[in-house]
Ligand binder design. Sequence first.
Ligand code: DOR
Length: 429
Amino acid sequence: MTIWIKGGRVIDPGKRIIEDLDVIVEDGKIKALLPPGSFKEAGEKVIVVNAEGKLVLPGLVDMHVHLREPGFEYKETIETGTRAAVAGGFTAVACMPNTEPVNDCRAVTEFILEQAHRAGLSKVCPVACITVGQKGERLIELGEVREAGAVGISDDGYPVKNSELMRRAIEYAAYHGLTVISHCEDTSLAGKGVMHEGVVSTRMGLRGIPAASEEVMVYREIALAKLTGCPVHIAHVSTAGSVELIKRAKDQGVRVTAETAPHYFTLDHRAVEGFDTNAKVNPPLRTPQDVDAIREGLKQGVIDVIATDHAPHSPLEKEVEFDLAAPGMIGLQSALPLTLALVREGLLELLDAVAKLTCNPSRILGIEGGEISEGCVADLTIVDPDVEYLFDRAQILSKSKNSPFLGKRLRGWAEVTIVGGKIVWERVG
Ligand code: DOR
């Protein structure tokens, strides 16, 4: 089976190439990149994908999602989550371990990979826990989960409070080739907070989470990366202070990388006014000054990755009082248009925006993908950068609909998603 992606503009952010090329896919690989129109169709079994006026990107990689299975299938399953992923242009997602049971062993890692295989949509890269049961007391068997197919470790949802334990996790993870993804939160400072601590929380009478609760832990991770000489990746950066700390650490050569999510560069804490529980997330939406700093951090390359932190929750957890609502928002289908908005605004170069969704996360996770060259795996996303759709419930393929972007018109969508040489998503209409 051959796929001929015809007339598109190929973007390879790693090689910093933007070029009009036809892409020929065969046997799951990119067979050839040819000048437009030069491909001579030989056999009958050629599927032609018209990519005129479209961008042909390496398959997008989301290094931070919650697929909820096993245990919370009423919010999302691996099947529904990966369907939302491919509809959003993602060919690979790294799933966090805060399921039930949590992913702290071989059996759960293998189960996730089996379910992903059965769904046959995006690739799924399991992230196992750092500590047994995410309890922060004892390290999991890193060699075992690595062997089973985990790509990283994280206690996401919770911080690892014990610094000595985190130091050992960072050292052992480097030995096993696992990426450490740190959820930075000082829970004693965050307390019972439900939104950012600032003027809006004061006005609304809601308990706040100070920026310092994130920054204290970002600083600790940087200190541990420095101490051990091993890499650490900071998840969901939300504050100006975190950006500043990461910038300084990178300038000093510390092996730290960072991600943020579209909601942190698009929305600020005023989105919570009206008590919209879809705007409740952890870390919380911060001030307009923080949003500016996140955007600047993306521009300067301080923040390497845009990840969604896709966190589906059912109406049971969201249609309740703000104080009681679960934190988190879905993001797999809105991430690409919200990122392309930064390009249209002139904040990011197209190549840099694409790098943050492709080669940067695949490099940090140590997985294949993120490039378009002859012989490499055919994970590809064809994007119409100009098409605009209303982001409504009918568009959302995730089982949960908890997005603060519902009802917004978003521009720039994935039209065709190809995983391992197979078309797994095609937008109709
Ligand atoms: O808002 C969040 N939701 N932040 C997290 O760290 C966890 C996530 C979830 O699992 O719902």
